[in-house]
Design a protein around this ligand. Structure first.
Ligand code: CP
Ligand code: NVA
Length: 328
């Protein structure tokens, strides 16, 4: 008996607006469009409250979260969709079954995957396997949703318009050259902020990310500079820091605490920046380590604006990727 050959199904149609694993794939025009949409949604979301009706977004998280989880869960609901949170912290994605099989299952059930992973290549595999958009909710390499919120906050605080290239704003990132720093470098280069990344020598951002950011910066006239001197914050309008020990590095706390002590953002360091410089932090903060209470609780601190802005930029992103809608 001859076994009939089964015709292979035609490949799934490509996702029209792609994934968001890191900012450069968006391109400058779409990045600015997303920020404009986020501003519009922040003013009034009501015209879009049914835009995601019938759509389901899964949040698949290998690491804990407050802001990313809640802003996506609440944002999806405000846009009329359904969000389902899956705590994947007890095992790595790809351990029980392949990442590919997980992606092939998920695309039959949901319209979008937001994943928080230890290894960025898990996201790349997942995105390659599914015909639904995959959004990076933080990986070891990048945190693009955070950088979108950071950019919106910097634009709000400075009042500059990014359309014409270089904005004249100078941002100093002080601390660990990590996932948050990497995505901030992309955002600064693409939008047109000068960024100085100030880290201990051994904790510089990854060389390939620096090279990418410097290439992107050529298009906007932005400067992406590296330094190991905390006094390099001089003249900067924004001072940004993140934890010295990321979630995936908890065992390095003692070693890192000593290496980073000169990089604490305290009133002395803020005084070296431009007059009226603002303080930024993606949160969660380790108060007393990378930042002191008297800075994070000061009038210069805009950290809770950043947290709120996560919701607005992600709503714009969801409308773009899932409904091809562009408010504003
Ligand atoms: N900034 C940020 O991503 O916060 P969570 O880890 O709480 O999601
Ligand atoms: N760099 C931090 C960011 C948390 C939002 C981490 O990866 O834990």
């Amino acid at each position: 008996m001859q076994i009939p050959t089964v015709a292979r199904k035609a490949p799934a149609p490509a996702k029209p607006n792609g994934d968001l694993l890191s900012l450069p794939t968006l391109g400058r025009e779409r990045l600015l469009q997303l920020l404009a949409s986020a501003r519009s949604l922040k003013r009034d979301l009501s015209p879009y409250r049914h835009s995601l009706a019938g759509k389901t977004v899964i949040l698949l998280f290998e690491q804990p979260s407050l802001r990313t989880r809640l802003t996506f869960e609440i944002g999806v609901q405000r846009l009329g969709g359904i969000a389902v949170y899956v705590d994947h912290s007890s095992s790595r994605i790809g351990q029980r079954e392949s990442v590919y099989d997980m992606g092939k299952n998920l695309e039959r059930m949901v319209d979008c995957v937001v994943a928080r992973v230890f290894h960025h290549n898990t996201l790349e595999e997942l995105a390659a396997a599914t015909r639904v958009p995959v959004i990076n909710g933080l990986s070891d390499r990048f945190h693009p949703c955070q950088a979108l919120a950071d950019a919106l906050t910097i634009l709000e605080q400075s009042g500059v318009a990014p359309e014409n290239g270089h904005t004249g704003q100078k941002v100093a990132y002080v601390g660990d050259g990590n996932n948050v720093a990497h995505s901030l470098m992309h955002a600064a280069a693409m939008i047109g902020f000068d960024l100085t990344v100030i880290t201990p020598e051994a904790f510089r951002p990854a060389a390939d990310v620096v090279a990418d950011a410097q290439r992107l910066a050529a298009g906007t006239g932005a400067t992406i500079a590296l330094s190991n001197d905390p006094a390099g914050v001089a003249g900067h309008h924004f001072v940004y820091t993140d934890v010295w020990v990321s979630m995936a590095q908890q065992e390095q706390l003692e070693r890192r605490r000593k290496r980073f002590s000169a990089y604490q953002v305290n009133p002395g360091l803020m005084a070296k920046a431009a007059p009226n410089a603002r303080f930024l932090h993606c949160l969660p903060a380790h108060r007393g380590l990378e930042v002191t209470d008297d800075v994070i609780d000061s009038a210069a601190s805009v950290v809770y604006d950043q947290a709120e802005n996560r919701m607005h930029v992600q709503n714009a992103l969801l409308l773009h990727l899932l409904a091809n809608q562009h408010p504003g």
